[in-house]
Design a protein around this ligand. Structure first.
Ligand SMILES: [Zn+2]
Length: 193
């Protein structure tokens, strides 16, 4: 502390590079432009430029998914539940929060569902994961433990089911109990236990 350097200038440069790093991280994980705009202080033009540079194409247009219904359908519900269990663990047991917790939890989710390194699109996109967190924060969705397997799953807050049975213990006939689905159930249950 022997001199009074203009701290604010240094700070804003650091902050800007942090913002760019954050945007790059999110773009690589598949974030939509609206998500990038809401979570960084970078301008729309800047974000579009970054996106094009990293992905080689312009960011897709269109609105963010709005309805909670998607998270309650069979396969998305399993994936949303896996992500949210990891995210909750992050909040409860590590020091991270906010978008950083979402990014970390999402990366771990990709590892869990074995998408990383393959060309397949993950069922739950980063944008959906972020939307899910907002739905839970606004109390439209919540985690509920299944009375059959004990796993924690995403449910509609206004569902007045006293004995909740998850989609995996009660599989609709059209979905079928695939090996992969079974493996994912064990993951949700083991995360909760
Ligand atoms: Zn269950």
């Amino acid at each position: 502390m022997d001199n009074q350097k203009p701290v604010t200038v240094a700070k804003s440069v650091v902050n800007e590079s942090e913002q760019i790093q954050l945007a790059i991280q999110m773009i690589k994980l598949g974030a939509r432009l609206q998500l990038l705009e809401s979570q960084t202080t970078l301008s729309r033009e800047r974000l579009i430029k970054l996106y094009k540079e990293l992905k080689g194409v312009s960011p897709p247009k269109g609105m963010l998914p709005f309805s909670t219904d998607w998270f309650l359908t069979w396969q998305p519900n399993i994936h949303a539940s896996i992500f949210y269990n990891i995210y909750k663990f992050m909040l409860d047991y590590t020091g991270v929060s906010g978008i950083q917790a979402i990014i970390k939890a999402y990366s771990l989710y990709l590892q869990q569902v074995e998408i990383e390194g393959s060309d397949a699109e993950p069922v739950l996109s980063l944008t959906r994961a972020w939307t899910l967190v907002r739905f839970v924060e606004s109390k439209m969705l919540k985690l509920q433990s299944c009375s059959c397997c004990g796993g924690n799953f995403i449910v509609n807050t206004y569902d007045i089911n006293h004995r909740y049975v998850c989609n995996l213990c009660h599989v609709p006939s059209r979905a079928g109990k695939t090996k992969k689905a079974k493996a994912l159930t064990y993951k949700v249950v083991s995360m909760t236990a």
